[in-house]
Ligand binder design. Structure first.
Ligand code: PLP
Length: 272
């Protein structure tokens, strides 16, 4: 919506200000602001500079707490930092974590301030069946060790930068690529039918994802129009994997059938 990076953060945050104002007018309070540090299912979005910092300021001013969802983007994936929120120079009051924390083992965690944690100490015991499971905790600790010992955050940065560069090179040859964005091994390739209008190429993205699967590369689509290819490979994704992915994508993007999909060509392609 707002494309000028010098003012986009402030203008998006103005919507947060408006929402808090409207709640107050209706006599309601703001409890919390919950945001992924890089909105993933929304289409691999990179938040505008300053948006999160300004939104946190507004929410705190209105008496709310700020929650960072790091379920998809935490644990070094964005490369430059261990947590996505660090890239925005904010410190949340609550951080939610999942998926990579257990590297496939079912594990999730919530971290918060001593003050907020103490507010749960009301005499009502909070517990759940699997909370604090020692095996799961051992898995979580082992994952942290591997990320550190194998330098996976730095690896995500290096390989991610290389992959992003290769995807941008592909964008130079394929008009359908409207944007390549992301950080580290959290990347999105937005497909559009027209670079000026940015008309979403949802059918095309679905076709590309299915043709990539035929070629042995699993990726998926995201965003409200389903037109963003999401690329979030395992953290050990290497240089050879970059070549394989980019080579397969170049071949799929060159398929003549892709050009006919905008006109509503036949049924959805579901793979061969
Ligand atoms: C960004 C994000 N937040 C939260 C969740 C929910 O996490 P959990 O399944 O551990 O409750 C998911 C997916 O499941 C997610 O992708």
């Amino acid at each position: 919506l707002y494309t000028d990076p010098r003012e986009a953060g402030r203008r998006y945050a103005a919507h947060v200000a408006e929402t808090t104002l409207q709640s107050r007018k209706r006599g309601r309070h703001v409890a919390a602001f919950l945001a992924e540090s890089f909105p993933s299912c929304a289409g691999q979005i990179v938040l505008a500079p300053g948006f999160l910092a300004e939104s946190y300021r507004l929410i705190r001013e209105a008496g709310g707490v700020c929650i960072a969802d790091e379920v998809q983007v935490g644990f070094g994936r964005v490369g430059s930092d261990f947590w996505g929120f660090q890239t925005h120079e904010v410190v949340p009051d609550i951080v939610t974590m999942g998926k990579p924390i257990g590297n496939g083992h079912p594990l999730a965690a919530v971290v918060t301030t001593p003050e907020i944690a103490a507010s749960f100490d009301t005499g009502m015991e909070y517990f759940n069946t699997f909370g604090g499971n020692p095996v799961s905790c051992a898995v979580g600790l082992a994952v942290l060790d591997v990320i550190e010992e194998e330098g996976l955050q730095q690896h995500a940065r290096d390989v991610g930068d290389m992959l992003k560069g290769e995807l941008r090179r592909l964008a130079g040859a394929h008009e359908i690529i409207g944007d390549v964005r992301g950080a580290g091994l959290f990347l999105g390739v937005e497909l559009v039918r027209d670079r000026a209008t940015r008309e979403p190429a949802g059918r095309e993205a679905s076709y590309v994802a299915n043709r990539m699967r035929d070629r042995g590369v699993l990726l998926s689509t995201d965003g409200p129009h389903g037109n963003v290819l999401k690329i979030k490979p395992p953290m050990v994704f290497g240089v050879a994997d970059v070549s394989r992915l980019v080579d397969a994508l170049a071949r799929v993007l060159a398929e003549p059938r892709l050009k006919t999909l905008a006109a509503g060509d036949g049924e959805r392609y579901r793979g061969s």
